[in-house]
Design a protein around this ligand. Structure first.
Ligand code: GLU
Length: 293
């Protein structure tokens, strides 16, 4: 099967050391398989999108020698596709009138990604007098085999999640009217023919929801590889929120070497050039994952 991978940044700020590691891993995997590598700009959450940062990320990737093999997909232009997928799911979707605070106060334990597990308040209808805020997708009952999602991750190994216990009925359309990341990512991965998702391990907990959506929508399941998340000295994931600095684009080789180190790749390029970096890094990745070049 031809390999198609992708890097799917949310344009909430410039590329930083953490997002570069995810970009590098996805790029190396695609190159090791002689596959295609695509860029998708996940600007679906317009409230968080920082104007100009998508262009900045794309040009940084270019400076580091990572060129996409096809057109860049922009999620903000694909709302009608998400609407169609939502309609396909309508028999399992329901409107929810709960506020974030009410869900947090329900005292059910926290979901794996730190969000509150939805207690199912609106599952059987809105509380009288409430208006719909978000739309949620019903997850299977805890005793159903479909409730258990098993993922064989190429880095993390077997990952099992019970949808009902770990997330509960999750949001497809948000209270602010934007489509949820989970829905958009699944629709786009299928439409772009993505065979391999390579990204940060902070998204491992989203994967079961995405696999469930793939099953309901009749999409194939890609292979997954979740790379360890880069943290700062305080052990926090590098992100705009934790104050991650933009990368120094005037030192592309050093920056790439640091990202390769973070992935545990031990490489010594023959020369101090980007070309030499890629010539060393692709085979090192292939060896690490047993990919026949
Ligand atoms: N847009 C997501 C992020 O930047 C990544 C989505 C994905 O790779 O599935 O965290």
């Amino acid at each position: 099967m031809p390999y198609i991978g992708r890097f799917a940044p949310s344009p909430t700020g410039p590329l930083h050391a953490g997002s570069l590691v995810a970009a590098l891993a996805s790029y190396l995997d695609a190159r090791a398989y002689h596959g295609q590598w695509l860029i998708r700009i996940e600007d679906i959450d317009e409230a968080r999108t920082v104007p100009g940062s998508a262009e900045d990320i794309i040009s940084s990737l270019h400076d580091f020698g990572m060129q996409p093999d096809g057109d860049i997909l922009w999620q903000s232009k694909r709302k009608s596709r998400y609407e169609q997928a939502f309609e396909q799911l309508s028999s399992l979707a329901y409107p929810c009138g709960c506020s974030r605070k009410e869900i947090a106060d329900s005292r059910i334990s926290l979901a794996s990604d730190g969000a509150a597990i939805y207690p199912g308040t609106c599952r059987h209808g809105l509380i009288p007098g409430r208006s719909p805020r978000a739309w949620r997708l019903r997850v299977p009952e805890p005793d159903r085999p479909e409730d258990v999602i098993d993922i064989q991750d190429r880095w993390q190994g077997v990952f099992r999640e019970r949808l009902s216990a770990s997330v509960g009925d999750f949001v497809l359309k948000r209270a602010d009217g934007f489509w949820a990341y989970q829905l958009a990512v699944v629709v786009d991965d299928a439409e772009q023919g993505i065979t391999d998702v390579v990204r940060g391990a902070d998204l491992l907990e989203s994967t079961a929801r995405q696999v469930y959506l793939q099953q309901l929508l009749g999409y194939p399941m890609p292979r997954y590889l979740h790379v360890p998340v880069v943290t700062n000295a305080r052990g926090e994931k590098l992100s705009k929120q934790t104050g991650a600095a933009a990368l120094d684009r005037s030192r592309p080789l050093q920056v790439l070497m640091e990202a390769a180190n973070a992935l545990g790749l031990n490489i010594s390029p023959a020369k101090n050039t980007l070309q030499a970096f890629w010539e060393a890094a692709v085979p090192a990745w292939a060896r690490r994952f047993g990919i026949n070049e």
